[in-house]
Design a protein around this ligand. Sequence first.
Ligand code: KG4
Ligand code: ZN
Length: 342
Amino acid sequence: MNSGKDIFILGIESSCDETAAAVVKNGREVLSNVISSQIDVHTKFGGVVPEIASRKHIENIDWVIDKALADAEMDFNRLDAIAVTYGPGLVGALLVGLSEAKALAYAINKPLVGVNHIEGHICANYIADRNFEPPYVALVVSGGHSHLLYVEDYGKYRILGRTRDDAAGEAYDKVARAIGMGYPGGPKIDAAAKLGNPHAIEFPRVFLDDGSLDFSFSGLKSAVLNYLNKEKMLNREVNANDVAASFQKAVVEVLSQKTIAAARLMGVSKVAMAGGVSANSALRAEMEKLCGENGFSLNVPPPVYCTDNAAMIGSAGYYEFILGARGGLDLNANPNLKLGER
Ligand code: KG4
Ligand code: ZN
C-alpha cells in the first residue's frame, strides 16, 4: 500500500495492565516492541485494580518509550507520527498513555493518531503475516471483548456478532479464580486443560437463537460455579484439570463454530484471530482444523502479539495515518469506544 517513503510510527498502549511502546515501519515491520507487564502486582488482588494500574503506568511509561526508541535505533526526529490507544479500556490507565502521547506530539511537533484498542488487536495480523490483507472474517477475543467482524478493508469493519454478557477472556478469568488458579486465568486454564479430560463434565454450549453470531458466556460460567458448589456440598473432591479442560472445550467449540459460520456467510476465503484468548492453544488447534476442513486460510498472530502490546497499535496507527486520521491535542480517553467510532 505504501509506495513512497518509509513511514515510522511510535505506538503507545496503556489501556489495561500492560505499559507498552513499539516502533513499527510501514505498518508491518516491528523495529522494537517493549512491554512492561503489571501481572505480578495485580495477581495479589485476583484481578486488575484500576487505580494501581494507572499509577504503575505513570512509573513505567517514560522508560518503556525510551527503550522502544533505543531498541529501534530511532530518534524522535525520524518518527512520522505517534499512535496511541484512546479506548476502550480503563479510563485512568488510558489517560496515562494518551497524555504522554499528546505531550510528545506537541513537543516534537509530529502528528498524533488515536487508535481503537480492538482495531489494534486486529492489526496484529498484519505484523504476523506481511502479505495478509482484507477482506476477511476476524474473531477478536480478549479480556474485555468478544467480536466476530467482517473486515472489508483497512479501517472498514462490520460487526457480525458480539458477546451479550461476559467476554471470553472474562469467563476464563472468572472460572480460573473459582477453581483457585489465580489471575490471569487464560494461560493457567490453557495449561491445566492439557492435563485434564475435556469430556469429564458436560458444560453447556450456548449458541443462542438460530443463525445468531452473538456470544454468551455467563451461562457457562454459572454452570461451572454451580458444578463446583454441588461437588463441595456433596463433599466430593473436584479435579481442577478436568473442570478446566471441560470448560475450555465448551468455549472453543462455540467460538470456532461461530467463526466458521461467519466466514461461510460472508463468502470470504480468509479467517483471522486476535486478542488475548487467541493465544489459547486449544482454540488455535481447533480453528486450524476447522478452517482446513472448510477451505479457509487461517491467520493468527504469535502469542506475544495476541495479548496487549504496542506493536499492534503502531500497525493500526499506520493504516489510520495513511487514511488521513489525525488526533487533536483535545483528544480524550473513551473507555467505551466502539469500533468505527471517532
Ligand atoms: O487482549 P488482552 O491481553 O487484553 C484485553 O484487551 O483484554 O486479553 C487478556 C485476556 C485475559 O482474560 C486472559 O486470561 C486471556 O486474554 N488469555 C488467554 C490466554 N492468554 C491470555 N485466554 C485463554 N488462553 C490463553 N492462553
Ligand atoms: Zn487487549
